[in-house]
Design a protein around this ligand. Structure first.
Ligand code: NAD
Length: 517
């Protein structure tokens, strides 16, 4: 079902759950599954997919404080999760410090071998992880399977890399630029792609010889906790640890004097707080933050085909994608027809629970986000904006379900244009002047992604170069690829991860100047 290790390096991986058709070969039933894994250090001996622990220094750790995630498809509480205390975090940092020199000095080929073993071990449990991801995120089963399938690709890409280096030689000297690991990294993660975005931090950190402590989102802790537990069979204690908890634990990580780097993915508002608190000890930070991605549709597109792709870009993962299409600018000559095709395509999207048929979209992941999207729906209604695909019913359901909806030509200063909804609602506007629409697309404090759609690829590519965003897509909706660098412009982030040069985000440059005489 998933690629074998030998083929991992070239495994193509995009983040969109719809980008590659995924054939599932299993019928899934949820049940208590106990796996006996071999040689787990520190007393971690079995994997129970309904018991969850923090992992500190190779050992499972509970807490007298617990919280529970909520299944967004049913609003029912899920399993207990221990909330890590500051003491747990301190202990994890001590263990990470102890483990660091040995891990740093482990030859990279050996580190790669262990990363490969983790992939094999994860693949052996992939059905359980898919089921767990469905429960915690509400994703349709195919989308959950797609995200779980990405893990091998993320590791595979990193296993194919080597430590970066550079060499300069002139008459006087040889200068070798080497890169060394930073030390103890912390991964602070969001809830929209809980396991893949975590692995996107774990893989480069471990490959480059750092130790890492993960903090999952309190909304989706389960797959991350289980993944790190699984990793204990493979890595020495303290190399990869996890402390689940609330937002305050994230603050403690940012303030902790012995954590060297924060790799953060989340909202712009939180990213600013992370920068401020991490700044007190001058930690390295990478901030992967929110966006408000524009799509520009040129007049020469194949209307039916492109309209259905554009709505996919807007509504993938129920719009809860950092690089989802969030503003759609359609040339006025095709505006009506294009919008009508978007509506037709949108109406084919079945929305429902992972347990209920072959749905394309699941619920919004949590109550807070549900209220936020409902707020944008009611604001659009109060202000009299047109709902092109019908007004969604946001009251009746037992889960956080919202039918995807399109707001037809709201004004520039509307909330739905100005804010990142992070849900299944998207605005469209017409345009007539190319310079003006480029300016409109760029008129935002964000700069994560953008798209240009047009038959003339050269013209579309020229426009792409003028869009102020970290990743611009020509004739595709936004898809992430671990083989290329990903990061935001403006308030969408600082630094970048993935690709080859993403490794630099986990390293210190160490420049050795050797004079010849
Ligand atoms: P969030 O900012 O609310 O939370 C992210 C993480 O930060 C969570 O683990 C949370 O517990 C923690 N946290 C909260 N307050 C903190 C603080 N003061 N200090 C340290 N940690 C703190 O984001 P979210 O709601 O989980 O995710 C949605 C947002 O993330 C959207 O804006 C989306 O666009 C963005 N996102 C960006 C990317 C990217 O790669 N650029 C990817 C996915 C999501």
């Amino acid at each position: 079902m998933l690629p074998r290790l030998s083929s991992l390096v070239t495994f193509p991986c995009t983040i969109s759950p719809f980008a590659i058709p995924y054939q599932l070969t299993h019928q899934f039933t949820f049940q208590l599954t106990i796996y006996f894994t071999s040689c787990l250090p520190g007393g971690v001996s079995t994997l129970h997919f309904e018991q969850f622990y923090n992992i500190v220094d190779g050992k499972q750790r509970g807490s007298d404080k617990i919280h529970r995630g909520v299944n967004p498809a049913t609003r029912q509480e899920l399993w207990d999760v221990p909330i890590a205390s500051d003491q747990d975090l301190n202990d994890a940092v001590v263990a990470a410090k102890r483990a660091f020199p040995g891990w740093r000095d482990t030859p990279i080929e050996k580190r790669k071998e262990l990363l490969g073993k983790l992939v094999d071990s994860f693949e052996a449990h992939s059905d359980d992880f898919i089921e767990l991801l469905c429960r915690e995120s509400g994703k349709p089963r195919k989308s959950a399977a797609y995200e779980v399938g990405m893990i091998a690709g993320l590791f595979g890409h990193h296993i194919g890399l080597d430590m970066p280096s550079d060499r300069l030689e002139d008459d006087d000297k040889i200068v070798n630029t080497e890169y060394t690991p930073l030390g103890i990294c912390a991964a602070i993660c969001p809830w929209n792609f809980p396991i893949s975005l975590m692995v996107g931090k774990v893989a480069p950190a471990l490959l480059t010889g750092n130790t890492i402590i993960v903090k999952p989102s309190p909304f989706t802790p389960y797959t991350s906790l289980k993944f790190v537990e699984l990793a204990q069979a493979i890595f020495p204690p303290g190399v990869i640890q996890i402390v689940g908890g609330n937002n305050e634990l994230g603050v403690s990580m940012c303030l902790h004097p012995d954590i060297d780097k924060i790799s953060f993915t989340g909202s712009i508002a939180t990213g600013k707080k992370v920068m401020e608190t991490a700044g007190r000890t001058l930690k390295r930070v990478t901030l992967e933050l929110g966006g408000n991605d524009a799509s520009i549709i040129l007049p020469d597109v194949d209307i039916k085909k492109v309209a259905s792709e554009v709505v996919m870009g807007a509504f993938q993962n129920s719009g809860q994608v950092c690089v989802a299409t969030k503003r759609i600018y359609i040339h006025e000559s095709i505006y009506k027809e294009f919008l009508a095709e978007m509506v037709t395509a949108t109406k084919t999207f079945k929305v429902g629970s992972p347990d209920d048929g072959d749905n394309k979209l699941g619920p919004v992941q949590n109550q807070m986000q549900f209220e936020r999207v409902k707020g944008l729906v009611s604001d659009s209604k109060i202000r009299g904006y047109k709902f092109a695909a019908g007004e969604p019913d946001v009251t009746a359901s037992k889960g956080f379900f919202i039918q995807p909806t399109i707001i037809d030509n709201p004004p520039n200063d509307s909330r739905i244009i100005q804010e990142e909804p992070f849900g299944p609602i998207v605005p469209t506007q017409p345009w007539s002047d190319l310079e003006e629409v480029i300016a409109r697309a760029n008129a935002t404090n964000t700069g994560l992604g953008a798209c240009v759609w047009g038959k003339d690829v050269e013209q579309a590519s020229k426009i792409a170069r003028r869009l102020e965003a970290g990743s611009v897509f020509v004739n595709s909706f936004e898809k992430l690829t671990p083989q290329v660098l990903f990061g935001g412009h403006k308030e969408s982030g600082i630094g970048a991860e993935w690709g080859k040069t993403g490794l630099l985000a986990f390293c210190n440059p160490h420049v050795i100047h050797v004079y010849k005489s």
